[in-house]
Ligand binder design. Structure first.
Ligand code: NOJ
Ligand code: CA
Length: 665
């Protein structure tokens, strides 16, 4: 792999003589677009500010900690600092962009408190964002310690409008995004997206979350947003138990002049360590179908009985369909013991190596392999981590023994704590999640996690951690429904963290088995989601029979899931967005556009195509009379000759969308 193209590393030790000089340090991004200053106020309280050109991103914002071993937020002095420059371009083994440039300036500020406890704050300034993390060096006064509070702040310059989902609300990350000014927020999850009144767009998140609790954003008033670490459990409010040396996750702020700039900003990946797994040729992006949606629409069940869906004959039907249509995997849920009783809340214990009697795992694994398809295993844990961990090694061995190259994990529970009382997003679960990633890597298994810990870019370090849910996905369209504009928000919020297993592709939008219910979408919009939402493993969620005879299925069959480059052609958060992606190592492009309840006509300029080349664009769009409520399944397919000077004007129906396949001629 063509890993590092250029690396420049400069290390300059700055040791200032006078106290005055030590109390204020400046960090500029490589092209001087982002400027961060870090300092101490007159009480020795550390703070930083961040600017993007002349616009404020963060006003004077606090830094520091309250630990069981001491106060690290006041009475500090700066005892040293250093700066470095990084410029490297690295290749993703898979992803939305093949080559990624990591170009930033770093400033390390060393603080010491009154009792002589030392810690560093490391800042990095990129041209489109900044990040900081804390480092606790090993020292006698700080061996084992616990975090009572991390005081990191993001002080906004105004009461900006923002997009968020609530934290501590019991349904993990599965909420519709709220569009609210900061003053109306309580506690919210990240990625937290801000439409600043000064015209900037930015989002707050974190990178490289290991051995530490997740960061929630708390509105503390006066436009101050503060890091609120998820406590360990309802009975133990400690935020994290740590051992020095320790580095916290990065607190990240990615900045754009247009909403789409946030989507093509790869700072979070750059803040994660390079691939630690070596040969990751076992990680292959792909598409899958599954014995899944039929449970949601009441045709089948996970548990045993007359409608048990994961039976050998039914799974063979899915394998045949996958094989005939070029899918890589077939997800099978409800294949193992544990579903027959109350499986949430630590009730029935799932068994991850014991198939139900009507699921012939040996025969099916062979049947799949003979047809160039693999079964995607399923580990629904009911959030009973102890039960899962007691079988972890054997569970992954079982997957490997049966050629199951990927597993979907799941952590459904009631409320915002696991059955054992620990918080779903606290340090305990973060550590468990990592053990699963590493076990998966040892068994060459790709992981798609539902009810996960949020994505913080670990896929760079552990490329087998391919995708996750962590938002309201398609499943909610059989559980009350997502408003049609949900998918116009997702690319600017949840998807900024990393791949999202949304599971698009519903074609039976009127849900013939669910009287009086339908999905708020159109077929054109479902096709668009294969590029509007990014994930390297993409599902076609509907039943095989619902795709039969549909010319639009051709698009799902042909769309790749691994990309050379990504371009956002337009977009307004919560209204519409169009995203174009070029096939990895290929010349063809795939484009998707979606709208909210409004019908829209948008112009697509093909100026990103290679000059002097001719392409055939096949447009799968809403028909003239399509409407997400009254006529959601009508669509048109038309061909156009295009080159890099062409423009196409495309109509999206209310709640609709389009997909375009652009093939080099
Ligand atoms: C919730 C997951 O998101 C869904 O995909 C899965 O089918 C159910 N849990 C059952 O495991
Ligand atoms: Ca879910």
């Amino acid at each position: 792999m063509n890993r590092i193209v250029i690396v420049i590393l400069l290390l300059v030790e700055i040791s200032c003589s006078s106290q005055q000089e030590q109390d204020y340090l400046q960090l500029n991004s490589p092209s001087n677009t982002v400027n961060v200053s870090v300092g101490l106020d007159e009480k020795g309280n550390p703070y930083y500010t961040a600017q993007y050109g002349s616009k404020t991103v963060a006003d004077t914002s606090k830094l520091g900690f309250l630990l069981d071993k001491g106060d690290l937020q006041s009475g500090l002095k700066i005892i040293g600092s250093s700066t470095s420059t990084f410029d490297e371009t690295w290749e993703q083994p898979w992803g939305e962009e093949r080559m990624i440039r990591n170009n930033c300036q770093e400033l390390i500020v060393q603080f010491e408190n009154r009792e002589g406890i030392k810690y560093n704050v490391v800042f990095r300034a990129f041209d489109d964002g900044y990040a900081f993390r804390y480092e606790f060096p090993k020292q006698e006064k700080l061996l084992n310690f616990s975090v009572i509070d991390e005081v990191s702040e993001f002080k906004m310059s105004d009461d900006h409008p923002s997009w968020s989902i609530p934290a501590y609300h019991g349904n993990r990350y599965e909420y519709i995004y709220d569009h609210k000014p900061i003053s109306e927020l309580d506690m919210v999850h990240t990625p937290f997206t801000v439409e600043a009144t000064n015209g900037l767009f930015f989002h707050i998140h974190e990178a490289a979350l290991y051995d530490y609790s997740s960061m929630v954003i708390k509105n503390t008033g006066n436009n101050v947003l503060k890091c609120d670490l998820v406590p360990l459990s309802k009975s133990d409010p400690t935020k994290s138990y740590l051992t020095a040396p320790f580095k916290t996750p990065w607190r990240t702020v990615q900045i754009g002049e247009q909403p789409g700039d946030l989507i093509t900003n790869y700072m979070i990946l750059n803040l994660n360590e390079p691939n630690k797994l070596g040969d990751v040729s076992f990680v292959k992006p792909g598409k899958y179908i599954g014995v899944w949606w039929e449970m949601f629409i009441g045709v089948g069940t996970w548990h045993q009985g007359s409608k048990h869906a994961a039976n050998t004959a039914n799974v063979k039907k899915y394998i045949d369909f996958a094989s005939a249509n070029g899918f890589d995997g077939v997800l099978v849920e409800g294949w193992n013991y544990g579903w027959d009783g109350p499986w949430m809340g630590g009730g029935t214990k799932f068994e991850f190596t014991k198939p139900y009697p009507d699921f012939d795992v040996k025969e099916l694994s062979k049947y799949a392999a003979d047809r160039n398809v693999y079964i995607i295993g399923h580990h629904e844990t009911g959030a009973d981590i102890e039960n899962y961990e007691s079988q972890l090694e054997q569970s992954f061995q079982f997957l490997e023994d049966h050629g199951m190259k990927a597993v979907k994990t799941g952590y459904v529970e009631n409320g915002d704590t696991l059955p054992n009382g620990y918080y779903h997003h606290g340090q305990y679960f973060v550590q468990h999640f990592q053990r699963v990633i590493e076990t998966g890597a040892r068994h060459k298994t790709m992981i798609v996690a539902h009810e996960p810990i949020k994505d913080t870019g670990k896929r760079r370090t552990y490329p087998n951690m391919v995708s996750r849910e962590g938002a309201k996905g398609q499943e909610y369209n059989a559980m009350g429904g997502n408003p049609t504009e949900h998918v116009t928000v997702i690319p600017f919020t949840r998807n900024l963290a990393g791949p999202f297993d949304y599971t698009p592709g519903v074609f039976d939008i009127l849900l013939k088995t669910r009287e009086g219910e339908q999905v708020e979408t159109t077929i054109g919009k479902e096709l668009a989601l294969y590029t509007v939402i990014y994930a390297p493993m993409m599902m076609a969620n509907d039943l095989p029979e619902n795709y039969e005879g549909h010319p639009a299925f051709e698009y799902i069959k042909s769309v790749p899931t691994d990309w050379e480059q990504t371009k956002v052609l337009n977009g307004e958060i919560g209204k519409y967005v169009t995203i174009a992606r070029q096939e990895r190592q290929g010349s063809d492009w795939f484009i998707g556009g979606v709208t909210d309840k409004e019908a829209r006509t948008i112009d697509i300029k093909f100026d990103f195509l290679e000059a002097g080349k001719s392409y055939k664009a096949t447009v799968f769009s809403d028909a003239d009379d399509t409407h997400y409520i009254d006529n959601p399944t009508a669509y048109d397919i038309k061909d156009y000759d295009v080159n890099n000077e062409s423009t196409l004007s495309l109509k999206m129906a209310p709640g609709g969308g389009f997909a375009i396949r652009v093939l080099l001629q």
